[in-house]
Design a binder for this molecule. Sequence first.
Ligand code: GTP
Ligand code: ZN
Length: 184
Amino acid sequence: MDTKAIELHIKGILEALGEDPEREGLKETPQRVARMMEEVFEGIGYTNHEIARMFGKTFEAADDSTAVVMKDITVFSYCEHHMALMYDMTVDVAYIPRGRVLGLSKIARICDMAAKRLQLQERLGSDIAEIIAEASGSPDVGVVIKGSHSCMTARGIRNPSSRTVTKTWRGEFRNDPELRKLLD
Ligand SMILES: Nc1nc2c(ncn2[C@@H]2O[C@H](COP(=O)(O)OP(=O)(O)OP(=O)(O)O)[C@@H](O)[C@H]2O)c(=O)[nH]1
Ligand SMILES: [Zn+2]
């Protein structure tokens, strides 16, 4: 990520807004924004495959009939159309292990990293499903995301109560309504 270029452009945006980027409160803002972007867009620097490798620590698990479900993982993301915050977002992930299980914290780390990109909620769901499938070695994955989009709640149509729910099914989750109930 080119943080020096981000600083320069943020300064330009402040000027274009009619602000004085040299006034006390704004003097360090371009550097702050660049640091913030480095943090909140970290996932742009990695492919799904690289994230799967990064957090793909698995442990042997004898019983293939156990489903793993992790609910209410909090993430923040930014919509690619307005660069506006997606907030109050929770991700529910389920998968059917094939002999090995992922470290639990890695499931939350995968969701967090995939969200740190300019995203569509739909694509965030398919990115998480793809990474969990590769990292766990199981094709059977379900991902449900609920979120509010500030581009819809704080501007434009200004509908603060609206919530978007997306459901992504891979492998057996596509065919089996009983499995999908794990994420009801
Ligand atoms: N499918 C999808 N759409 C999104 C997401 N985030 C934002 N959008 C939508 O992207 C669309 C962009 O529409 P445009 O008409 O190009 O932009 P706009 O003129 O600012 O649209 P309004 O928000 O209706 O004022 C809007 O309908 C947003 O609500 C998302 O995660 N998934
Ligand atoms: Zn938007």
